[in-house]
Write a protein that binds this ligand. Structure first.
Ligand code: PGA
Length: 265
């Protein structure tokens, strides 16, 4: 079925540094990526803390995207402590992560917040990595797919179809994040296929075939190749294993090898 054609989509691998990093380590990371000869068939983005955006952008190869981990959807104004899309773009960011489970659970972001952030970021000319994912309780009750689709339903119908290509979906089961143990490939593929089927039902099989659906949750150098070969996995968002430049570079390279294997198959 055409919606399952994997080779039509470029891989995209992101680094989510969360609240980690220092200026010196950010500069060293940028240099390491510059020296690494990253694979050309994988899109790469790094989401550092806001304070490190500049340091990274200045030292990083042009083709590596810089992303923000959060975003204020109200624009410039009297909003103490916030950072607007224009400010992010001026600092060199071209993408923002929206809906990460840590924003939802630790900072109380609701589906409505996620929708407003995603829509405003796209309006402001930023691409969006839109995270969805269920917790262990939802998974054990058998409602994982419905839960994630509901999170998508809260956002995607409000995004103009012309902007869908600027959205990368990130499936991140909460029970796999930061544990060192990624979700089993079967569960990942099932969820990604369900998400793609939802897109197909919402628009068309051809449009759904173009959506990039990526996985996050304890991705590392050891497991990235087997995950990358799954039919509906188009990349990763990497937390812990992205903090070391060499391990992140290894994941980018491993993803590229897997993508090429799939293309040749
Ligand atoms: P992890 O984090 O790779 O450390 O599990 C992923 C994420 O939360 O984006």
């Amino acid at each position: 079925m055409p919606a399952r054609v994997k080779t039509a989509r470029r891989f995209i691998v992101g680094a989510n540094w969360k609240c980690h990093g220092r200026m010196t380590s950010a500069r060293a990371y940028a240099k390491a990526l510059g020296d690494a000869a990253l694979p050309r068939d994988v899109d790469v983005y790094i989401a550092p803390s806001l304070l490190h955006l500049h340091a990274l952008r200045d030292g990083m190869p042009e083709e590596v995207e810089i992303a923000a981990q959060n975003f204020w959807d109200g624009g410039d104004g009297a909003y103490t402590g916030e950072t607007s899309g224009d400010m992010l773009r001026e600092a060199g960011a071209t993408r923002v992560i929206v809906g990460h489970s840590e924003r939802r659970t630790l900072f109380g972001e609701t589906d409505d917040d996620v929708r407003m952030k995603a829509c405003r970021a796209l309006e402001d000319g930023l691409s969006v990595s839109l995270c969805v994912g269920e917790n262990a309780g939802v998974r054990s009750e058998g409602g994982a797919v419905e839960f994630c689709i509901k999170q998508l339903e809260a956002v995607m119908p409000y995004v103009p179809e012309s902007k869908w290509r600027d959205v990368v979906v990130v499936y991140e089961p909460l029970w796999a994040i930061g544990t060192g143990i990624a979700a089993e490939p079967k569960k990942v593929q099932e969820m990604h296929a369900a998400i793609r089927d939802w897109f197909a039902a919402r628009t068309s099989v051809a449009r759904a075939a173009k959506m990039r659906i990526t996985y996050g949750g304890s991705v590392n150098e050891q497991n990235c190749q087997s995950l990358a070969q799954l039919e509906d996995v188009d990349g990763f968002l990497v937390g812990n294993a992205s903090l070391s430049a060499s391990s992140f570079i290894g994941i980018c390279k491993g993803s590229s090898v897997a993508a090429r294997k799939c293309a040749a198959a």
